[in-house]
Write a protein that binds this ligand. Structure first.
Ligand SMILES: [Cu+2]
Length: 158
């Protein structure tokens, strides 16, 4: 019952804000989660970055899991990964488009991976539902409605 209420609240807020549209109808998690403790990692997932996609782009984890994402850039260009709500990724992507040369330092939910480099991001998935990720660099990501350098993490309820 609690889950149903959360799902309908999410649907309502998505309709009322109307700020973005999803390319799939699965319920989004209320929160993308929080930075994970490297000492609590229970699952490691390898993701390869190329121009311009993530492989794999669909991942499944469980609620409460601390996951180490190992990101290998096998492409020729710099790539980034940002884990967040679709709305935040969209907002950030628009900002990157306005200021394409702006370098930003790593953040807990966002890292830059240079060609040939492999880096890690540890994340704790606290809420059930779909969490989004994307490379917000201009041209790599064209908004949540488009294909390109983005993917989803399905967080299964405990
Ligand atoms: Cu990219």
């Amino acid at each position: 019952m609690k889950k149903l209420l959360i799902a309908s609240a999410l649907t309502l807020s998505a309709i009322s804000t109307g700020a973005f549209a999803q390319d799939d109808s699965r319920a989004r998690a209320a929160s993308a989660g929080s930075p994970g403790d490297p000492g609590s990692v229970s699952r490691t997932i390898e993701i390869t970055m190329v121009e311009n996609r993530f492989k794999p782009s669909e991942i499944k984890v469980k609620q409460g899991e601390t996951v180490k994402l190992v990101l290998r850039n096998a492409g020729k260009k710099k790539h980034e990964i940002m884990i967040d709500t679709a709305e935040e990724i969209d907002r950030h992507g628009k900002m990157m488009k306005k200021f394409p040369d702006r370098e930003h330092p790593d953040e807990p939910n966002m890292i830059t991976v240079k060609p040939g480099e492999t880096r890690e991001l540890v994340w704790l998935f606290t809420e059930a539902g779909v969490v989004d990720f994307a490379c917000p660099l201009p041209g790599h990501f064209k908004g949540m409605n488009f294909k390109g350098m983005k993917g989803t993490i399905e967080v299964e309820a405990k």
